[in-house]
Design a protein around this ligand. Structure first.
Ligand code: HEC
Ligand code: HEC
Ligand code: HEC
Ligand code: HEC
Ligand code: HEC
Ligand code: HEC
Ligand code: HEC
Length: 257
């Protein structure tokens, strides 16, 4: 893990501990979650992952490989959420009533539970251009598999998995194109900040810098084989009249349309 990763991990761990302490139930263990009006499971207590495993073998098995399973801390005090219950909330009522509807939190319907630990993500989804998660039109689990190892496909070596996820909803970007743009193969996230961004279309940068990160050369303002000296001040590389087909083109080898 790099420094960045460590800092991030620390931040989340702090969040994790805050989360734990804030949620330590009283001696009577009367737990009521108030996650923005999400099902408060009144009177429920924590029963532990083993209890869930008895009825949800599939999720239990998948979960062994996930990041969230690996962050589990050993020997936590009783009443502190672990394993399944850190996302699903206390499960005693649900287990006692054989999985009756409405007795357990399902984060698909509300991401608040994720924000208990990933506080910074909520801020990202509040940026002016974002995927409509807070609006309830989609969920974290459209892109992240909460139980499986795929919660983290996004290493530099497997950026393909990211694109596959995006193609589920943005099929038009999949091609195949006669002229592909190699940048897309490196992953949609080279140009888009998909939780949210201050830039239109969730772009990483709003101007030519988006493209010049890769397309600078010694004899700038020549780009490719063309002198772009008069073009660059006219607008962005990807606005009308220029390289509007940034994701790939069937008509033009310079991705103009
Ligand atoms: C005695 C069996 C049993 C136990 C123990 C059990 N469940 Fe369930 N659970 C079920 C059944 C059955 C359903 C399906 C309900 C339905 O689809 O109507 C279910 C559904 C769910 C759902 C989906 C609920 C929804 O509204 O979408 C979640 C999440 C869940 N269980 C999590 C857990 C967790 C976490 C634990 C451990 C704390 C657990 N379950 C323990 C039987 C159980
Ligand atoms: C990191 C958070 C997280 C943890 C930890 C977690 N889950 Fe889930 N769980 C989710 C999310 C998110 C969904 C919604 C998935 C979806 O939309 O497909 C979900 C859905 C479910 C469902 C409903 C599945 C369905 O098809 O409707 C069950 C059952 C379930 N989880 C059981 C478990 C069990 C058992 C564990 C522990 C072994 C566990 N979960 C741990 C986040 C989590
Ligand atoms: C109890 C705290 C907690 C909850 C609740 C929680 N997470 Fe996490 N999550 C963590 C920690 C800690 C990490 C590891 C951070 C790291 O390595 O940078 C993590 C990592 C992740 C990662 C990155 C995986 C990786 O391997 O880098 C994703 C994606 C993620 N969580 C999504 C979710 C989603 C979606 C939910 C809600 C369904 C959720 N988390 C709920 C604590 C939590
Ligand atoms: C539109 C798809 C999408 C949705 C929806 C989404 N994510 Fe992500 N998430 C990603 C991608 C892609 C990455 C990898 C980002 C990168 O490498 O630049 C990521 C990375 C992460 C990470 C680990 C890296 C980091 O930035 O710390 C966490 C944690 C995370 N997401 C949590 C969440 C939570 C919580 C939600 C729901 C509130 C959510 N995500 C919804 C696509 C999505
Ligand atoms: C579950 C479906 C779904 C998935 C998966 C998904 N998106 Fe989206 N995406 C949407 C929706 C819905 C919008 C909002 C459209 C709107 O507001 O008109 C959107 C908007 C966008 C926009 C802005 C479009 C605009 O016109 O402003 C971009 C860029 C984008 N998504 C990229 C991605 C990338 C990259 C991924 C993969 C990491 C991804 N999406 C995954 C559903 C999805
Ligand atoms: C080389 C940078 C780059 C890469 C890589 C990239 N995009 Fe884009 N994307 C852009 C730019 C620039 C725009 C804005 C175009 C405009 O304003 O007309 C855009 C716009 C979009 C839009 C909204 C407008 C539209 O054309 O529908 C969606 C959706 C989108 N991208 C999805 C994706 C997906 C999915 C991937 C990965 C397969 C991806 N992008 C990869 C640069 C990129
Ligand atoms: C992650 C790096 C990267 C980014 C960012 C990127 N490109 Fe590219 N682009 C490439 C690579 C690699 C090629 C193929 C090799 C080449 O021709 O330079 C390419 C090729 C092209 C081509 C075809 C080459 C030609 O001769 O016409 C055009 C046009 C292009 N890119 C435009 C853009 C635009 C516009 C942006 C910004 C929206 C952009 N690129 C952002 C890496 C990138």
């Amino acid at each position: 893990m790099g420094n960045q990763g460590l800092i991030r991990a620390n931040r989340v761990l702090v969040a994790l501990f805050l989360f734990c302490f804030l949620n330590i139930p009283s001696a009577r263990a009367e737990v009521t979650w108030d996650l923005n009006g999400m099902t408060a499971v009144k009177g429920a207590t924590y029963v532990g992952t083993e209890t869930c495993a008895a009825c949800h073998e599939k999720e239990f098995k998948e979960f062994q490989l996930s990041t969230h399973s690996r962050i589990a801390v050993k020997d936590v005090p009783e009443g502190v959420p672990q394993g399944c219950e850190m996302c699903h909330g206390p499960g005693s009522v649900h287990a006692d009533q054989d999985g009756k509807r409405g007795t357990i939190i399902n984060p698909r319907k509300n991401p608040e539970v994720c924000f208990q630990c990933h506080m910074d993500k909520k801020a990202e989804f509040r940026l002016p251009f974002h995927h409509p998660v807070l609006e309830g039109k989609m969920s974290c689990s459209d892109c992240h598999t909460a139980h499986g190892p795929e919660v983290r496909p996004w290493t530099t070596t497997s950026m393909n998995d990211v694109n596959e996820t995006c193609f589920k909803c943005h099929a038009g970007k999949q091609g195949p194109f006669v002229w592909e743009h190699e940048a897309v193969r490196e992953g949609c996230t080279t140009c888009h900040k998909v939780h949210g961004s201050v830039n239109d279309k969730m772009l990483v940068a709003r101007d030519n810098n988006l493209c010049l990160r890769c397309h600078t050369q010694m004899n700038f303002p020549t780009i490719g084989k063309q002198n772009h000296g008069t073009r660059l001040p006219q607008g962005t590389c990807f606005s009308a009249g220029c390289h509007t087909a940034v994701h790939g083109s069937n008509y033009d080898d310079h991705l103009r349309y």
